[in-house]
Design a binder for this molecule. Structure first.
Ligand code: ACO
Length: 380
């Protein structure tokens, strides 16, 4: 690329195809998400998270013998090393945000393993252990008779979850497991492309997921619904936010220009959860907030085609499962780690280091000025 050729720069890499993948197809115009050949709705509703993870890593659903062996492998790797547990205690004393604690503790998984299944197995234990410690409770030892989703709920609450709760969480985990070359997955692929290891790829991806423009949106989305509190306040509240130049969390997407198909899958699961609990008030309010937000986004940002994204209904579903807001993004990571690893393995199989170029826009032909002769340098 010639220096200063601005036409070649794609801010945010928008529209750039940087990898071929067999893992997921995101069709932003048709509002479709296919995961390893299955529509997200079909997979989310039927699969266990172990089956979805196997599918991504091996290309096909497991046989019952394979699934049994994989479950056992995950179960055996759930217990954290003493060093990881001790670090989480320190993180809790420092009152770290759960995503910061997860990032810090994920790096210590190397003490136990660098294997894909081991990493996936540790993630829910890290999140639940940290959550309990931060709330002044002692961590719970993982049981060997629970599946991945049930185990997470048990480790968080110390109670056996019922089947509906497990199905609700499983639906969520399956829905967000993989999504093309999103920012955290791209991060994982970039790290892997240098020949680095899986734990490093996962730690980097956790850092990318944490940001409010990516995986950090569901908490603020739910906070917004709570702050609105009553359907009659929705329009005035949202207008004020948009007019102040703020983004409405849970809306807009780089790829989807129609409704994010994951929003429907999660909305359906959330509706089941709230119907079962016998209180639809929050669900109904959220629906009104969504409709109003979409109308106002069309009014203020015509032609930008801003639609509901996955995070809006993530918030509602996870709240319905009894998870508190700071757990939303870590729970996203518990799912997406299987996708990150699938992409890392795919990258390893046909690797070429990911190394784009940059456009230099700084000064040229400067002359060295000795320290004594410099006056009030402008720092950049
Ligand atoms: N609320 C209000 N305006 C918005 C929103 C929103 N949620 N999203 C985009 N816009 C506006 C922008 O201000 C911009 O307006 P302009 O053209 O007048 O300047 C226009 O729509 C285009 O938006 P960009 O920010 O350029 O779109 P981009 O593709 O870069 O960003 C993103 C996509 C980051 C998801 C954005 O829509 C956003 O910040 N949404 C809110 C945060 C969120 O929900 N994130 C979760 C995404 S899903 C996920 O990562 C799992």
């Amino acid at each position: 690329m010639a220096p200063h050729d601005r036409s070649m720069v794609s801010a945010g890499l928008e529209g750039i195809v940087a990898a071929s993948t067999r893992l997921s197809l995101v069709d932003g115009e048709r509002g479709e998400l296919i995961i390893a050949g299955y529509s997200v709705g079909e997979l989310a509703e039927h699969a266990t998270f172990e089956e979805t993870t196997w599918l991504l890593w091996h290309g096909d659903l497991p046989s019952s013998a394979q699934l049994e062996a994989f479950r056992s492998e995950l179960t055996a790797a759930r217990v954290l090393s003493p060093a990881t547990a001790a670090l989480l205690r320190e993180c809790a004393q420092a009152r770290l945000d759960p995503m910061d604690a997860l990032r810090a503790a994920a790096g210590t998984i190397s003490l136990q393993t660098n294997a894909a299944a081991g990493i996936v197995a540790c993630m829910p234990t890290i999140v639940a252990t940290y959550w309990r410690l931060r709330n002044g409770q002692e961590p719970i030892t993982p049981r060997r008779d629970l599946g991945h989703a049930a185990s997470f709920l048990y480790l968080l609450n110390g109670q056996m979850p019922d089947l509906e709760q497990v199905r609700g969480l499983e639906t969520y985990l399956n829905t967000v497991v993989d999504h093309g070359l999103n920012a955290s997955t791209f991060t994982a692929r970039v790290i892997t492309s240098t020949g680095s290891d899986l734990v490093s790829a996962v730690v980097g991806a956790i850092g990318a997921l944490k940001g409010p423009l990516h995986g950090g949106a569901p908490g603020p989305a739910l906070d917004m619904v709570f702050e609105i509190g009553d359907a009659s306040r929705a329009e005035a509240f949202l207008r004020k936010k948009i007019e102040a130049g703020e983004k409405l969390m849970g809306f807009g997407h780089r790829v989807y220009k129609v409704r994010d198909p994951r929003a429907d899958v999660l909305a359906k699961a959330a509706e089941r959860m709230y119907t079962r609990a016998g209180d639809m008030s929050l669900y109904t309010l959220a629906r009104t907030v969504e409709t109003t937000a979409l109308q106002l986004l069309e009014e203020y940002k015509p032609g930008r085609r801003l639609q509901t994204n996955v995070e809006f209904y993530t918030a509602l579903l996870l709240h319905g499962l009894g998870l508190e807001v700071p757990l939303f993004t870590p729970t996203f990571a518990i799912s997406r780690v299987s996708g990150w690893i699938a992409h890392a393995l795919e990258q390893q199989r046909a690797n070429r280091i990911i190394r784009p170029q940059s456009e230099y826009v700084g000064p040229l032909a400067r002359r060295w000025v000795p320290l004594a002769e410099r006056s009030n340098p402008v720092s950049v």
